[in-house]
Design a protein around this ligand. Structure first.
Ligand SMILES: C[S@@+](CC[C@H](N)C(=O)[O-])C[C@H]1O[C@@H](n2cnc3c(N)ncnc32)[C@H](O)[C@@H]1O
Length: 279
């Protein structure tokens, strides 16, 4: 295994930073051998099969083409749970784990809360919340049928029941229920920031999940906030992941729409990243 790790490192040198190469090496070996990282370290001199070696070369070819390692492997981890991912869904980000953590810490897990995740993608938010709020009734919407297929598989793999629906949040039907909590991590990257974004994101992740027009970057937030005002119970909570530069504008938007007890929260890098309010 030590030799293989070195081979991976040599193949990817110059394409990925050294710090990332080591992590990628372990992820590839974990997938190919079924060993944990500790087992890989303990089995330094074990060889991998010819079949695994061929598979490894396929993985390396894709990685050299800047395909994200999560898509190459077809899986990732979010909030300590396994998730299938492909190019129909955004790769779940660590900032979003922080949003889930915030919701877990700020709400009562012993209550049968009605929760809704808008723009569910891989289902990472809805599924990790349902795992932590087992009594909750969880709904999740997305406009993309392909993303919803992945989310359904992820719910099955993680053994949770979620009501997934194909809904365009700009044109929602009427609902005969009200929710206690609505959460969303909608598309929020202005088109003009495309040039600053890494090639593996631009070339492989779904644009529909990421970008918003420069002339109206808050279009999802305005629509979802208005939807939440109508569809939350009195005292219900709205949570958003946000662009790090829109904290002030989001405080204004939520205030204008009648939300109170607003809380703006920074991510681990010290950037404004989450907001919540009560109606
Ligand atoms: C930033 S991704 C978030 C995915 C996932 N919730 C996460 O946190 O990793 C935004 C999601 O919104 C979905 N989306 C885009 N436009 C939408 C619309 N009009 N109505 C509902 N969902 C939409 C995309 O398909 C994508 O899955």
């Amino acid at each position: 295994m030590q030799v293989i790790l070195q081979y991976i490192s040599d193949e990817l040198r110059g394409i990925y930073p050294e710090s990332e190469i080591q992590a990628i090496g372990y992820l590839l070996l974990e997938k190919l051998t079924g060993f944990s990282r500790t087992e890989i370290l303990l089995n330094k001199n074990t060889q991998i099969s010819r079949e695994a070696a061929n598979q490894l070369d396929g993985f390396l070819k894709k990685l050299k083409n800047y395909e994200p390692v999560q898509y190459v492997l077809g899986s990732t981890e979010f909030y300590s749970l396994p998730f299938k991912v492909n190019q129909s869904v955004l790769i779940p980000r660590p900032e979003t784990e922080e949003l889930v953590e915030w919701i877990c810490l700020g709400n009562d897990r012993s209550k049968p809360l009605k929760m809704l995740d808008i723009g569910t993608g891989s289902g990472c938010i809805a599924i990790s919340l349902k795992k932590n709020f087992p009594l909750a009734e969880m709904d999740a919407f997305d406009i993309s049928p392909e993303a919803l297929d992945v989310a359904r598989e992820n719910a099955k793999q993680n053994q949770v029941n979620i009501n997934f629906r194909e809904i365009d949040i700009f044109n929602p039907p009427a609902f005969n229920k009200k929710w206690d909590l609505i959460v969303s991590n909608p598309p929020y990257v202005p088109e003009s920031e495309k040039s600053e974004i890494q090639r593996n994101v631009i070339d492989y992740e779904p644009s529909m999940a990421l970008f918003v027009p420069d002339d109206d970057p808050l279009r999802f937030y305005r629509t979802i906030t208005n939807f939440a005002r109508k569809n939350l119970k009195i005292g219900g909570k709205l949570y958003f992941e946000i662009h790090y530069q829109s904290g002030k504008k989001m405080l204004d938007l939520l205030t204008e729409c009648g939300f109170r007890q607003l809380a703006l929260k920074k991510d681990i890098s010290g950037k404004d990243r989450m907001i919540s309010g009560i109606i």
